[in-house]
Ligand binder design. Structure first.
Ligand code: GCU
Length: 412
């Protein structure tokens, strides 16, 4: 029934360019008071800060306190993974407060050719063991959404789902390029359901609090928090270059990688794969998924304050191009898929185009034309964009582009 509902409303959405409302996009180079921002220094001190504050309090929600890694333990490793191509590490990070405990596992494949490896860091949807056939990958005990086609029932991950998502992770291509992969099952940080009693949220409750305050974190912000903690770990870990961590995510996890990159400037580069509404796509276009729609289907993703803009995108003093601008001057890659109209590819492209204004302040080349490129013809600058043929997914084509861009724009 749930699936039917989503399918029905996706069909109901607007996909007609002629029905996109007239809208005015806020200029990232003007403060909320209308003052012009003329240089990168002013941007960083004033423009960036007020936008960051707005997105924090009104879109993703603030992290209510600090929670540091209590212990980090390499629980499994091999010098000869992937037929001898890579090193494998599985690290358990533990967090503690009062009598609460949270654990998540980082699975890493690192190139043997590099002592301190750059890495792509990204969450997976169904557990670390789904991204590879490797039988040594530990199966998470955390709650999972059911997916009978992967043999996931009763919210439990099992052996049956090993390797079911290998198609989304071009690990060997990364390793061949000298770049590692670090991945985490997002459900270990916060189960993806409208329930604020589980995951990391309750660590900060006072007295009998049941859920975060209206300006406090939803799940996307909690998942972003987890990515930053993984980066904290890399700062202590000699085999990963903490200055070369490129945060990656697809779809809801692409919204997450963008927020992680925007809110934590230590990430060296950011990739948004089909992130759509509340990610790279402009909200004011109301094309495909809308703010009202996303907040009702997924009430736990954003902070409660974001609901003020349900069916009221006009009132937003920001739009998602300004989320992208928060990543400047660091390299950013936005990618869409032709058949993923729900995520509004054109809105994702325009967002990257309008964010490029801020990159200009830093003399970094962004997207210079407002005409969308043809399918499968990437534009690769400090800000990069492609739209590929096919569906809402992550493909080898996507990874080939990300690897190429990483080598040219992030790691050089
Ligand atoms: C739904 C949701 C999108 C999201 C996607 C996903 O389609 O409406 O916003 O990006 O799920 O995470 O796969």
């Amino acid at each position: 029934v749930m699936v039917m509902q989503v399918a029905w409303s996706q069909a109901e959405a607007n996909y007609d360019e002629s029905k996109v409302p007239d809208f005015e996009l806020p200029d990232p180079l003007k403060t909320f008071n209308g003052k012009k921002i003329r240089n990168s220094k002013k941007w960083t001190k004033k423009g960036r800060q007020e936008l960051l504050d707005f997105f924090t309090e009104n879109v993703y929600g603030e992290v209510p306190g600090e929670l540091k890694i209590a212990s980090a333990q390499i629980v499994e490793q091999s010098e000869n993974a992937l037929n001898g191509k890579a090193k494998r590490r599985q690290v358990e990070l533990t967090f503690k407060k009062g009598n609460r405990n949270l654990h998540f596992f980082i699975l890493m494949y690192l190139p043997k050719s590099v002592e301190k490896a750059p890495v792509f860091l990204g969450y997976n949807f169904y557990g670390n063991h789904t991204i590879t056939e490797d039988v040594n990958v530990i199966i998470s005990e955390a709650w999972s959404r059911d997916n009978p086609s992967f043999g996931i029932i009763n919210n439990q991950l099992t052996e049956q789902s090993r390797g079911v998502r290998t198609n989304r992770w071009a690990i060997e291509k990364m390793i061949d390029a000298g770049i590692g992969l670090a991945t985490i099952y997002y459900g270990e940080v916060d189960p993806d359901k409208d329930d604020f009693t589980d995951g990391v949220h309750p660590f900060f409750y006072v007295d009998n609090q049941q859920q975060p305050a209206a300006s406090e974190w939803g799940s996307i912000s909690a998942w972003s928090w987890g990515l930053s903690r993984a980066l904290d770990y890399f700062e202590t870990y000699s085999e990963v270059d903490e200055n070369k961590v490129i945060v990656f995510g697809h779809s809801r996890l692409g919204k997450t990688s963008l927020w992680a990159g925007a809110s934590d400037e230590r990430f060296a580069g950011v990739i948004s794969n089909c992130s759509g509404c509340g990610g790279a796509a402009l909200s004011k276009r109301k094309f495909g998924e809308t703010v009202g729609r996303i907040n009702s289907s997924f009430p736990h993703w954003f902070c409660k304050n974001f609901r003020n803009f349900n069916n009221n995108e006009e009132a937003l003093p920001v739009d998602q191009h300004e989320l992208l601008a928060l990543i400047a001057p660091r390299p950013l890659y936005v990618a869409s898929a032709e058949e993923d109209q729900w995520a509004d590819p054109k809105g994702e492209f325009l967002s990257a185009f309008y964010a490029s204004k801020v990159y200009d302040l830093f003399d970094k080349k962004g997207i210079t034309s407002d005409k969308m490129p043809a399918v499968n013809e990437p534009i690769q600058n400090t800000v990069s964009y492609h739209i590929r043929t096919g569906k809402h997914d992550v493909t080898d084509f996507d990874w080939e582009q990300y690897i190429n861009w990483a080598k040219e724009q992030v790691l050089k």
